[in-house]
Design a protein around this ligand. Structure first.
Ligand SMILES: Cc1cc2nc3c(=O)[nH]c(=O)nc-3n(C[C@H](O)[C@H](O)[C@H](O)COP(=O)(O)OP(=O)(O)OC[C@H]3O[C@@H](n4cnc5c(N)ncnc54)[C@H](O)[C@@H]3O)c2cc1C
Length: 417
């Protein structure tokens, strides 16, 4: 069949979906292209939802990835506000909740993730309990914060901390409750957790770590959380920042291979060769980590999507990026490269804990597992290039700020010290 008579269908209306659709066209796909997204908004990027957009200094237009004009020019049919409910892999037909259907030759799943919730909170006043995943969530939280004095954040991970910082900038009093003994413990080494803790405390956030939750109750004008040790915390609003669940329901019903996400190869291909997946929902073999990973980051959503779209058109490139993530809190830019949480030894360049510098993280064998930069994006960029080339700076030289990173003595990132 000539390619112009084939159809690509993209399920999902977020960042990865938009990049798949755009890439298919820029790489010359000439057939029918349908993007089906559950949200009524045109595909957009989410990072600002906990930062500028939440604070009221960013607009929806600024984060939109695919406008009606762009979609028209690229001949991308966008079915928005429509949830895909079934995919018949035999007949290769996708059907939405509204009963619309479309046949595909190649299918892409970019269904992302949904904010995790705590069971049992359904009976509490819905206008006081928040999660933050969509533009609609952010609008709702923004309007809640505008009239609030106190916000309680459950979860000391990146979303919880960013919302805490934004709420403080809006003059709201914030308490963060984290079950683990330290912040961002899943991905960050203790030195970074300690610095984040101090940063938030210095902006007036009350931080309660290592705290289990015994119960959450509604009040006439807010919510109250009782901690396992009996402490009771009251607030006008509660934000659950306790991570996401990959949106794999559809893939599970289709019988695709799953493992905390849809299992894909280095080109984004699922266990069905006609079906690709990318973004937060996909678990890929990560060369840097030496194991499979499911990443929840802006860079991953974009770059994995591009590789998958190209692969579907016969491209031979593989997705081999080193994990990279950033966060902005109180005007401080934090960037994470690789897997810093796997490091057992931190070597500082500059003074990251004082607001400018970069921790290099090494494991027990002396191999660099990653780095965390605080207002030091340039150093991290150079380090990334070095790690991509399979090299790493010698730890002893890393602290030498008089020498640019590219000129620091370095060695292959495989040897032991
Ligand atoms: C508040 C917030 C702040 C963030 N900040 C940063 C940051 O500072 N730095 C960083 O690197 N990353 C950040 N991220 C992470 C980054 O935004 C995500 O990794 C990225 O959005 C993932 O894109 P995705 O397309 O895979 O999934 P999503 O963005 O979740 O998009 C999936 C889309 O698919 C739709 N969908 C799901 N199932 C169906 C179905 N059956 N039918 C139709 N549509 C469906 C969903 O409604 C959704 O619109 C942030 C995320 C959030 C939520």
């Amino acid at each position: 069949m000539p390619e112009s008579e084939t159809t690509c269908v993209v399920v999902g209306g977020g960042q990865a979906a938009a990049w798949i659709a755009r890439t298919l066209r820029t790489e010359g796909f000439a057939g029918r292209l349908v993007l089906i997204g559950e949200e009524r908004h045109w595909p957009y990027e989410r990072p600002a939802l906990s930062k500028e957009f939440l604070q009221g200094t960013g607009s929806a237009e600024a984060i939109t990835l695919l406008t009606p004009t762009l979609a028209g020019e690229a001949r991308i049919e966008c079915w928005l506000g429509q949830r895909v409910v079934t995919v018949d892999r035999e007949a290769r037909i996708v059907t939405t909740a509204d009963g619309r259907s479309v046949a595909y030759d190649t299918l892409f799943l970019a269904t992302g993730g949904r904010a995790r919730r705590i069971a049992g909170l359904e009976t509490l006043p819905a206008d006081r309990i928040h999660t933050l995943r969509t533009l609609a969530d952010s609008e709702r939280l923004r309007s809640a914060l505008s009239g609030a004095k106190r916000l309680l954040v459950l979860g000391g991970g990146w979303i919880g901390l960013e919302v805490a910082a934004t709420a403080r900038a809006l003059g709201v009093g914030v308490t963060v409750v984290e079950a683990a003994p330290r912040l961002c413990a899943r991905t960050m080494p203790p030195v970074v957790s300690d610095w984040l803790h101090a940063l938030h405390a210095s902006h007036g956030v009350r931080m309660v770590t290592g705290a289990g939750i015994a119960g959450v109750t509604g009040m006439a004008d807010g919510v109250a959380v009782t901690l396992a040790d009996g402490d009771r915390l009251e607030a006008d609003h509660l934000l659950l920042g306790i991570g996401i669940e990959p949106e794999v329901g559809l893939a599970a019903a289709m019988g695709l291979a799953l493992d905390d996400g849809i299992v894909v190869d280095a080109q984004g291909r699922t266990s069905d060769p006609r079906i690709f997946a990318a973004g937060d929902v996909a678990r890929h073999p990560n060369a840097f980590a030496g194991e499979s990973l499911r990443l929840e980051s802006w860079a991953n959503a974009q770059n994995q999507a591009i590789v998958a779209a190209r692969a579907a058109l016969g491209g031979t490139g593989v997705y081999a990026d080193i994990p990279w993530f950033w966060s902005d809190q109180y005007g401080v830019n934090v960037q994470m490269l690789g897997l810093p949480g796997l490091g057992t030894r931190a070597v500082a360049r500059g003074k990251p804990e004082a607001g400018s510098g970069c921790w290099l993280m090494l494991d027990q064998a002396g191999i660099v597992t990653g780095a965390v930069a605080v207002n030091a994006a340039r150093d991290l960029r150079v380090l990334r290039k070095m790690l991509e080339d399979g090299r790493a700076p010698l730890p002893d030289g890393w602290a030498d700020t008089a020498t640019p990173v590219q000129r620091l003595p370095n060695r292959a990132n495989v040897t032991t010290e």
